[in-house]
Write a protein that binds this ligand. Structure first.
Ligand code: HEC
Length: 116
């Protein structure tokens, strides 16, 4: 009897710990996963997280969106819709679409960009 109670308590504790953990990882983007997607999607051809290249850095983009409630949604839209963008040198190019359709990965990517 006692043993059953103990294991139930343990299960509850584990469940709560799991919830807390997933809550924490939601607030903090997974930078490694985002960086991998960044490389796979060739974003680095035009973007550098810290420096402005042909395109604005993540730092600059994060600044533009600072405090905006719709920031994440707008960044995701920009990464997925494609369309022409103007590069620093004045030429135009088709914007790269990020190499995933997984909403979680897109969200993580947006949070990573905006965390700079
Ligand atoms: C061909 C060059 C090029 C590539 C490759 C590229 N971008 Fe961009 N990106 C740009 C330019 C230029 C801008 C700024 C012009 C604009 O906002 O219209 C921009 C803007 C952005 C913005 C900001 C939009 C805003 O509303 O301020 C985000 C976010 C972004 N890019 C994400 C990405 C991601 C993620 C990738 C990889 C999947 C990527 N870009 C690949 C050229 C590129």
């Amino acid at each position: 009897m006692i043993q059953i109670h103990l294991s139930r308590t343990l299960m509850m504790a584990l469940a709560i710990a799991g919830l807390l953990f997933s809550g924490a990882s939601m607030a903090q983007p997974d930078a490694d996963a985002a960086r991998l997607l960044f490389d796979q999607s060739d974003c680095g051809k035009c973007h550098n997280p810290d420096k402005n290249k042909k395109a604005p850095s993540w730092k600059k983009i994060a600044k533009t969106y600072k405090g905006k409630a719709t920031a994440e949604a707008e960044v995701i839209k920009h990464m997925t819709k494609g369309g022409k963008v103007k590069l620093d040198d004045g030429s135009e190019e088709e914007h790269k679409v990020v190499e995933t359709k997984d909403p979680k990965a897109l969200k993580n990517m947006a949070q990573w960009i905006l965390s700079h």
